[in-house]
Design a protein around this ligand. Structure first.
Ligand SMILES: O=C(O)CCC(=O)C(=O)O
Ligand SMILES: [Fe+2]
Length: 313
């Protein structure tokens, strides 16, 4: 299974107050971001767009949500597999999650809030929308840097117009025994990009290309920016979506949040700028949502690298 390493993920400051897209530090940051993504498929972003108050408020909101009765939570359904309520699954008994689709829009968050609290919950609704918007900004900043580094800004602009955001609230029970227990099985994300945020209790581990696991330490100002399978195909394999898992230990529950971006109603084309003699075309144009559905077929689940099985050349 590979062992734990002392290695740490690269940390990059993406604070709004320190970034000016015309400065030379912006150019340096762009190359730091690309280097980290090409090496690890992810990095830790230090980001000031989510205040300490909002950090506290969103995890308070999360607790409020998980405290609802299961009959209410299961009403969080979706046309897309695993985008709604997931819980009490035999393979991952510690895991429970809910998802808000279109989470950067008031309609998306209000719809979800009304489903969970028919008489309303303004505190939850306000925190969720503010958090999703703030983290979406971080995603867009990072993606602008990626696009700038590869000289594919126009291609990114067309994707941006078709980007949707899924905000997932995740809770892991503490394991009953002393062993390290699987919270979520090793996987790569089916998203375009994922940004994860965790509170106090650690557990997230990222696999390096050498097969070692890096533990990610939580802190209120840090966010894990991670490439999904769709980004791997879009960058013609330059950025690989990293395998990651959650291991639970000790007697504390763990809360985390994920903002996942997906491209809707647009075939993702691999930019011709990323295809040359050293980098022959590796992927055909594909649809992000059809890919998710493929992943949940028997063939998709069995595949070692589902994105390659789906649209690889
Ligand atoms: O809880 C975490 O930190 C990771 C969650 C995750 O990998 C996922 O939802 O895809
Ligand atoms: Fe994941």
């Amino acid at each position: 299974m590979g062992s734990l390493t002392q290695l740490k993920l690269p940390v990059i400051d993406i604070s709004v107050k320190n970034l000016n897209s015309t400065s030379s530090s912006w150019i340096t940051k762009c190359s730091d971001v690309i280097r980290a993504l090409e090496e690890y498929g992810c990095f830790i972003a230090m980001y000031d767009g989510v205040s300490h108050e909002l950090h506290d408020a969103i995890f308070f909101a999360s607790q409020d949500l998980f405290d609802l009765p299961t009959e209410v939570k299961v009403q969080n359904t979706s046309h897309t597999p695993s985008h709604g309520y997931v819980g009490q699954e035999p393979v991952v008994p510690l895991y429970e999650g809910l998802g808000i689709e279109n989470a950067t829009t008031a309609e998306g968050v209000e719809r979800f809030t009304k489903l969970m609290w028919p008489s309303g919950n303004q505190t939850f609704c306000g925190s969720a929308l503010m958090f999703a918007k703030a983290v979406a900004e971080l995603d867009q900043t990072v993606m602008k840097m990626v696009a700038k580094s590869y000289g594919i800004e126009e291609h990114y602009k067309s994707l941006l117009g078709s980007t949707t955001y899924l905000l997932r609230f995740i809770k892991y029970l503490s394991p009953r025994d002393k062993k390290r227990n699987l919270g979520i099985v090793p996987h790569t994300d089916k998203s375009f990009m994922s940004i994860l945020h965790q509170r106090e209790v650690k557990g997230l581990e990222i696999k390096t290309k050498d097969g070692e696991w890096i533990e990610v330490d939580p802190s209120p100002g840090s966010f894990i920016v991670m490439a999904g399978d769709a980004c791997m195909a879009w960058t013609n394999g330059r950025i690989e979506s990293p395998c990651h898992r959650v291991m639970m230990q000790g007697n504390e529950e763990r809360f985390s949040l994920g903002l996942f971006t997906f491209i809707r109603d647009l075939e993702i084309q691999i930019p011709r700028e990323l295809v040359n003699e050293d980098h022959p075309l590796q992927f055909k144009a594909f649809d992000n949502y059809k890919y998710i559905h493929y992943y949940y077929t028997d063939e998709g689940k069995r595949s070692k690298c589902p994105i390659k099985s789906y649209c690889g050349i």
